[in-house]
Structure formats: C-alpha cells, structure tokens
Write a protein that binds this ligand. Structure first.
Ligand code: PMP
Length: 426
C-alpha cells in the first residue's frame, strides 16, 4: 500500500470522506487522492516522495509557485510580530489601498477569510442596499457554499451531481433564479418576470467552475446594462480571476466597472482570505457605519495580509503576466498537437495562465456543451498524467492554473506525458 492509501484510510475514520473539501477526494475520477507533504516551485511532493508538476496551484492562489521566497519571508516576519490581534492594523489599510488602486471599481473594500464569505456578504449587502430579495446566478457557476448560492452550482457541487444541497431550505432558494451563461435573453426574461424584485446578478466573469467557459463578447457589459436598467447590482465574482488573468482582474481585462466585486485565492498568497468591495455608497451600508451586518474574528488577519501584500506587490509586473501567458499558450498548443497526433477528439483554450481542457471537438461556450464532453476520456487522461508525474485538477469541471515558475523543463515533461497519455486513450 502507498502512504497516500494508508493516510486516506486513516483520514476517513475521523473526517467525512477523508478530506476537508469535497473535490479533493478524487470522487469523480476515482482512485486515491495524493496526500501532499510539501511543495516547491512548480511541484508538489506526495507522502510517498513522488513529485508532480502542479497545475492545481491550491485551486488558484499559488500564481507565484510554491515557497516564493518573498512571500515566505513576509509570513515568517509577521509570525514573529504577531499572528492575530482582533484589532485594526496598518497592514489592512495597505491591503485596502492596494486593492482599491488595482481594481478601481472598488472604492471601498472589506476583508474576510474565504471566497464563500466574500460572496455571501456581497449578496447580503446587495439585498440590504436594494431592499430586494431576488438574486440571479448562472447554471454551472460556483460562488462558494453559501445557502442562497448553492443552486445549480459548478465545481464540486457539479462533480457530484447535486444541483442544490439537502440542508438548504426551499424558502431560501426561492429567491435564487438561475440563468444560462452567455445568454442575456435568459437574464432579461428573469428580470421581466420579477419586476423590482431582483437585488443582484452574480457571475464569474470567466467561468472556471464548469471547466473553463469564456464570456461571449458583450455578455458581461450586457449584464451590467441590464442591472442598471432594472435597479439591480452586478456582483463580479473574481475570487478565481482576480489577479489571475490581469493585474486588475477580469474587469481590468474587459474594461468593466461592476457595482460589487468579490476576491479571494491569490489575494492571500495561499493563506485563507477573501474580500468584497465596490461603490462607496453601497459599501457604506455595511456595519458599523450602516445597518447591514458582516463581521469576522480573523478578518484582515495579519498573516494573510502580509502574505497577500507580498504576492500582490510581486504581481505588479507586466513581464510576469507575459511569461505566464507565453507558457500557457505553449502548453495549450502542445496539448492540442499531441491529441491530434494520437487521433483523440480534444480541444483546449487559455486566458493568461488559466486554462480549460475539453474532450470534445470544439471548445464549449455554455454549460450544456461542457457537460457533453467525454468524462471517461478525461478521467483516463487524468490518471495517465498523474502516473507520469503531472497533477491536473481531479475533475473535468475545473479550470487549470500555471504558475510563474513553470518553465521549459516543466513544459517539456508535461507535453511528453500528455503525448503518451493521449496515445493510451486512442
Ligand atoms: N467564487 C469562485 C468563483 C470560486 O472559484 C470559489 C472557490 N473555488 C469561491 C467563490 C469560493 O471560495 P472559497 O473556496 O475560498 O470559499
């Protein structure tokens, strides 16, 4: 038995499914999850001492790679100074100033401890601000596991085929309306069916929880226009895309100015963090200045702020994004070529260092097309890659991520592994 198998058995005795977040359990791809002991640069190392080129990057945060010396130094220095005070610090001001500068639609920002908290809080704020209860989300988009957002969700909720979870009262989700991604008419219809009842639309600007689906030209601005016309707020959920696709997030890339934005992942440099922010008059409705309550014992945690600031400062470098884009472009081109050579129906795309792999002839542009991809082929490809030392997300419904320290050696090894894996599939 491998160490991972031994640890997985042991973990399941005291933790449901042996994991603290469902997608980690390999349920959709089958087999035993690798228990990770350490990580360095572009690699994770499992409990059996096997090294894997990492394309999960802790599901997004590790854009600088593992063990970035500046981030590690910032965490170490802060640990010696104090890890949590439950009182305001200058670090939090620095973080807020930096966020408002990089993401100009955020005139004010509030820190929290996860992406889930960020989206839950943004929804509450949108409801409090507008005095309306209805929300519109998109099928296949995942915004964390808050009650009103766990409806037709992506990521693990999709992997497990649970469109909404037991334990979420029907009365809560009565207010959650689901539209089709890249289909403005489906949103318009919901607005029209419920005049003056919709508080907000929440959307992943680039959907990364149903594999990867890009917004059609005009889709995001169209949502903004619909919200403006109907007195609702647009919440751009940039938990995944923030600082990933552009230093100013997807909104920087596409030139959008949403009413509210949610952030997480990269923002904490690998430590638990989330944030939400937006127009000043909306943010002023939050306690203690306004009536909408939101709080957190560890919100703005000094360790998370230190790690996040060190990361974000390093990310203020166009050359770094150009390098990430270049690697990912060569990765995607190489994967397409390897699949073609093996005669496997496959397509792939990337936006900066975020990518999608599809076992289908054409790139999906909506949720339905994603679910029509060949799941069995993905699962076999996933395991062949893992055996060859390449770690992809263990689900066909997740985007992949490249880090700034993935280089030529990792690219060559990945493409060699992929070529063999595609041939096995053919
Ligand atoms: N929003 C999006 C777009 C996400 O991708 C995720 C997590 N994958 C979340 C929200 C929830 O974040 P967290 O897991 O930190 O609660």
């Amino acid at each position: 038995m491998s160490q991972s198998e031994i640890l997985f058995e042991r973990a399941q005795k005291t933790t449901p499914g042996g994991v603290n977040s469902p997608v980690r359990a390999f349920k959709s791809v089958g087999g035993t999850p690798r228990f990770i002991e350490r990580a360095h640069g572009a690699y994770v190392v499992d409990a059996d001492g096997r090294e894997y080129i990492d394309y999960i990057g802790s599901w997004g945060p590790m854009i600088l790679g593992h063990g970035d010396p500046d981030v590690v130094a910032a965490i170490r220095d802060q640990a010696e100074t104090g890890v949590s005070f439950g009182a305001p610090t200058e670090l939090e001001i620095e973080m807020a100033e930096l966020l408002c500068q990089r993401v100009p639609s955020m005139e004010q920002v509030r820190m929290c401890s996860s992406g889930t908290e960020a989206t839950m809080s943004a929804i509450r704020l949108a409801r409090g601000y507008t005095g309306r209860d209805g929300i519109i989300k998109f099928e296949g988009c995942y915004h964390g596991h808050g009650d009103s957002l766990l409806v037709k969700a992506g990521s693990g909720a999709l992997t497990f085929g649970v469109p909404s979870s037991p334990g979420v009262p029907a009365e809560f989700v009565r207010h959650t309306h689901t539209a089709d991604y890249n289909d403005l008419a489906s949103v318009e219809a919901l607005f029209q069916a419920q005049p003056d009842a919709i508080a907000c639309v929440i959307v992943e600007p680039i959907a990364g929880n149903m594999n990867m689906v890009l917004p059609a030209p005009g889709f995001l601005q169209g949502l903004m226009d619909l919200c403006e016309r109907h007195g609702a707020l647009l919440i751009l959920d940039e938990v995944m895309t923030g600082f990933r696709v552009h230093p100013g997030g997807a909104q920087g890339l596409y030139g959008l100015r949403p009413h509210l934005t949610t952030l997480g992942k990269i923002l904490g440099g690998g430590l638990p963090v989330g944030a939400f922010g937006g127009r000043r008059d909306i943010m002023q409705k939050l306690a203690p200045v306004g009536p909408v309550y939101q709080a957190g014992t560890l919100s703005g945690n000094p360790l998370a702020m230190a790690a996040g600031l060190a990361s974000l400062r390093k990310l203020d470098d166009p050359a770094l994004y150009a390098r990430l884009d270049d690697y990912t472009e060569r990765l995607i081109t190489g994967l397409r070529g390897a699949a073609r050579a093996a005669g496997v129906p496959f397509s792939a795309q990337h936006l900066g260092s975020m990518f999608g792999l599809y076992f289908a002839e054409t790139i999906p542009t909506d949720f339905k097309a994603v679910t029509a991809c060949d799941l069995t082929a993905f699962n076999r490809f996933f395991h062949a890659m893992l055996e060859a030392g390449v770690s992809l997300a263990p689900s066909a419904y997740e985007a992949g991520f490249v880090s700034a320290v993935h280089g030529d050696a990792e690219l060559r090894a990945t493409l060699a592994a992929a070529s063999a894996a595609f041939h096995k599939l053919a």
